[in-house]
Design a protein around this ligand. Structure first.
Ligand SMILES: Cc1cc2nc3c(=O)[nH]c(=O)nc-3n(C[C@H](O)[C@H](O)[C@H](O)COP(=O)(O)OP(=O)(O)OC[C@H]3O[C@@H](n4cnc5c(N)ncnc54)[C@H](O)[C@@H]3O)c2cc1C
Length: 414
């Protein structure tokens, strides 16, 4: 029988960037924090990219690379996106967050199985029978949640990608640059593209090394690894740029359409709290940017009120009403993208990137309000060709109630 541990202020489930990011900020606010993860501290395994202007200043020194030549291909000619893009050095990010956390953080290797409210605090049980006590619990257990269960309306719609880092005899993308999306698909039968659109995401890593990922932006059900791997090699062969020597491979699969969670007794954070953006799939820097405000709200309330009120303060900081309304509209947009035949996605994104930069930047940002999101979508609709408009309009009519709210938000009423 495992012994009960001392009481900490907060127990955070999950050692991903969201869990450690919030744990570090809670500790920096003076709380004692136990983080429980099935592994000891280790560099996060995924390749994390983000728009440079969205990377919070304290983690900017953790960037491995920044590209200023950033492009999209929605046809034969590139669209320069004129927005620098960055990739993280995950070992440096881990060190920075652990340093920020300092001695108030205890990292415990284990798997949380159950959390139960006992009086004003919590008893948390691990898969090995461990018992931990805390005044409040945060679930940063990733897309499936540790003890909370994220909700995906109409079932999960997934972003999937198969990627590799390799050495190439001929560059598979622009030397010195990165390609955010390349939807050119002349090498595939049109009906395959229509059914399952994918694009190439490329980063030049220096010398003859590139990261190349064949990506399905959003699909329900998600595309398989086998299909994406086959597509990647077919594309590289068609370009005349097959990899010479493969160093590593990466499989990406996560849900894009998580609803804003209802506030519960456990505070959820990161992908467990639905912070993945339903159109871009970005989450990581948004969570790191949210962490100080959420931690401050929790710590401030815990100082003056009960742990229950502190958790409520955390929920209010993370999901204020305006953000909830914006999420509802973004989910409608995601459904509209799912309804678009795949061969129309390039035309959709051509209209999207033709918007003033500030508008498409804001559309992809995690903190943009419902009105701005709805107005941007209406502009894309207005500029898109008819063959794109018809399925978009049909998708909007299929969710008439939310579409009505989106129109009122766009008009600045309601
Ligand atoms: C391969 C890949 C690439 C991605 N690339 C990007 C990108 O470039 N940019 C971007 O913004 N987003 C990206 N995403 C999406 C998203 O940002 C990531 O999934 C991100 O890792 C989510 O962070 P997180 O901390 O919320 O969850 P995770 O990183 O999934 O971490 C969850 C943690 O919780 C632990 N855990 C789960 N259950 C329990 C439990 N019961 N008890 C204890 N621990 C538990 C897990 O072991 C893990 O340590 C990517 C996703 C994947 C899969």
């Amino acid at each position: 029988m495992a012994s009960r541990t001392h009481l900490t202020d907060a127990l955070v489930i999950g050692g991903g960037p969201s869990g450690l990011g919030l744990a570090a900020e809670l500790a920096a606010c003076g709380l004692s924090v136990r983080l429980v993860a099935p592994h000891p501290p280790r560099p996060f395994p995924a390749t994390y990219g983000a728009w440079l202007d969205e990377v919070p200043a304290p983690v900017r020194p953790c960037l491995a690379d920044v590209w200023t030549d950033v492009r999209a291909y929605t046809g034969e000619d590139p669209t320069p996106l004129l927005r620098p893009y960055a990739m993280f050095d995950n070992a440096r990010l881990l060190d920075t967050l652990l340093t920020r956390a300092g001695p108030r953080l205890t990292w415990t290797v284990g798997m949380v199985q159950h959390a139960e409210q006992v009086g004003e605090g919590w008893e948390v049980t691990g898969a090995g029978g461990e018992r931990w006590r805390a005044r409040l619990v945060v679930d940063a257990g990733g897309h499936g949640g540790g003890v909370t269960r994220p909700v995906r309306p109409h079932g999960a719609a997934l972003q999937t990608a198969f990627g590799l880092v390799a050495r190439f005899d001929r560059p598979p993308g622009p030397p010195g640059g990165m390609v955010w999306m390349d939807y050119r698909a002349g090498h595939l039968p049109p009906d395959e593209v229509r059914a399952a659109p994918t694009f190439l995401y490329t980063m030049h890593l220096g010398g003859d090394r590139y990261l190349v990922e064949e990506t399905s932006l959003i699909a329900r059900p998600g595309l398989t690894r086998a299909l994406l791997e086959r597509r990647l090699h077919a594309r590289l062969a068609a370009q005349g740029t097959p990899p010479r020597e493969i160093e590593t491979t990466e499989w990406v699969a996560f849900p894009m359409n998580t609803a804003a969670p209802a506030p519960g007794p456990v505070l959820a954070f990161g992908s467990a709290a639905g912070l993945v953006h339903p159109i871009s799939g970005f989450q990581m820097v948004g969570a790191l940017a949210d962490a100080p405000g959420v931690a401050c709200a929790v710590a401030g309330a815990l100082d003056m009120h009960s742990p229950t009120q502190a958790v409520r303060a955390g929920w209010d900081a993370l999901w204020p009403p305006e953000r909830r309304a914006a999420r509802e509209i973004s989910l409608l947009d995601a459904e509209a993208l799912l309804a678009l035949p795949g061969d129309m996605l390039p035309a959709f994104f051509r209209a999207f990137f033709a918007l003033p930069a500030a508008e498409w930047h804001a559309f992809l940002s995690p903190r943009t309000g419902a009105g701005a999101i709805a107005r941007t979508m209406l502009k894309v609709f207005a500029h898109a060709p008819n063959r794109v408009r018809v399925p978009l309009a049909r998708a909007a009519l299929g969710q008439a109630e939310v579409s009505g709210r989106a129109l009122r938000a766009a008009a600045g009423v309601g």
